[in-house]
Design a protein around this ligand. Structure first.
Ligand code: THU
Length: 132
């Protein structure tokens, strides 16, 4: 599966978004080494701080299924006019499981897509030895 196909999975995942408060849908698709894809969407709550982002939904789903062999992440924000990058919390959680050269692609309703890496999103990341 290529990055474009993964991005299409993220676009589809955004349709399941539960976002009645922000009206901002997000979909994420996390690729594993055998081409398995785990999807996630943002799930909001009337206690606003309990909202979970699409990226963390996908990561939690994959890890819950026993998978950590991630090879790429795509994110779709169809309610934005430009590509929206992952929030700080999601960058931190992603960095727990992937190397700095891990590919991340994100795109909005227009403005094309941006392809970057986990390391570019989370520079000076450290303390990986704590997870060993
Ligand atoms: N959101 C995500 O799911 N991922 C991001 O990287 C940015 C923000 C969600 C959280 C909330 O439901 C809505 O988008 C608006 O912030």
């Amino acid at each position: 599966m290529n990055m474009h196909e993964l991005y299409e999975r993220a676009q589809t995942a955004a349709f399941a978004s539960y976002s009645p408060y922000s009206r901002f849908r997000v979909g994420a698709a996390l690729l594993c080494s055998d081409s398995t894809v785990f999807i996630g969407t943002n799930v909001e709550n009337r206690s606003f701080g309990l909202t979970i982002c699409a990226e963390r939904s996908a990561i939690v789903s994959a890890v819950s299924a026993g998978r950590r062999d991630f090879t790429a992440l795509a994110i779709s924000t169809p309610d934005s006019d430009y590509p929206v990058s992952p929030c700080g919390a999601c960058r931190q959680v992603l960095s727990e499981f992937v190397p700095s050269d891990f590919p991340v692609l994100f795109g909005g309703r227009s403005g094309g897509t941006v392809e970057t890496t986990a390391g570019a999103l989370m520079p000076y990341d450290a303390l990986h030895e704590l997870g060993k």
